[in-house]
Design a protein around this ligand. Sequence first.
Ligand SMILES: Nc1ncnc2c1ncn2[C@@H]1O[C@H](COP(=O)(O)OP(=O)(O)OP(=O)(O)O)[C@@H](O)[C@H]1O
Length: 284
Amino acid sequence: MMMSIQLENLTLQTQRGKVIETLVKDVSLSLPRGKILGIVGESGSGKSLTVKSMMGIVPKEVRVAYDRLELEGKPLLDYDRLPMAMIFQDPMTSLNPLRKIGYHLEEIIDRFSPGLSAGERMEKMIDMLNKVGISNPEQRLNQYPFEFSGGMRQRILIAMALLAEPRILIADEPTTALDVTIQAQILALIKGLQESLGLTVIIVSHDFGVIAGLCDQVMVMRSGQVVEEGTVEDIFTNPLHPYTQELLRAARLDGKWGPQSLSVYPSGPLVAVSETHSVRKELE
Ligand SMILES: Nc1ncnc2c1ncn2[C@@H]1O[C@H](COP(=O)(O)OP(=O)(O)OP(=O)(O)O)[C@@H](O)[C@H]1O
């Protein structure tokens, strides 16, 4: 089977004074085309640095080494022509507050689809905003980032990522900054786009609820190393590493994941049905 991403023995190190510190050690992953991999683990476990090193965007002070990094069967030689795009936790930091949304989208079109007429560019922008669920796209193109909610800004970032026509989408904590209802909508959008465009997706999260609802494969990281990996069923129904069990227990206590809700998104807010009775709603 052709692998979309193949990474072998990624190790990341940095130097503090005379001491060399290993941030990520021997991380390997291979992901078939069209599948979703979730990387889960507590803060500082090395999730972000792992995906950033595939994109070639680790900070300068971090030394990157691996035995193999191949995208779609080819060694990665040219970071300017990656078939891969990335979205981040905080959409505001990726948008220029002084520029309208249309400007952001046109910039990407100019880079990845040069030579289009003004009409074709407009058509492409409107089509993409429709795809990511933004209504009144013509009007929205003329608005500034601050005129959008957090969830809508994340949709814009997804639109920007997709305009680069990637076959692999990397999402680093894409819903962490959003409230729970909006989180579910953004995850449903990512899932829908993955299905309709046949994207391979890597999603980084510290939230097992997010992983359970979305992923085919799961990689659990702790202190820069993978402690367990497997299909979503392996990890959720038969977690073997105590850390995975601990994370799952914590996720259950958090109310975000229960054994019966494997294939659904995190449950919604408590809604009162009477003065004394509240019920937790399931989100789509
Ligand atoms: N530029 C850097 N220089 C030195 N150490 C770094 C640098 N960037 C990250 N680290 C360290 O590398 C480790 C892994 O960081 P990383 O951001 O990948 O973690 P993470 O699992 O994504 O956590 P979070 O969810 O908090 O982002 C952390 O201990 C972090 O402090």
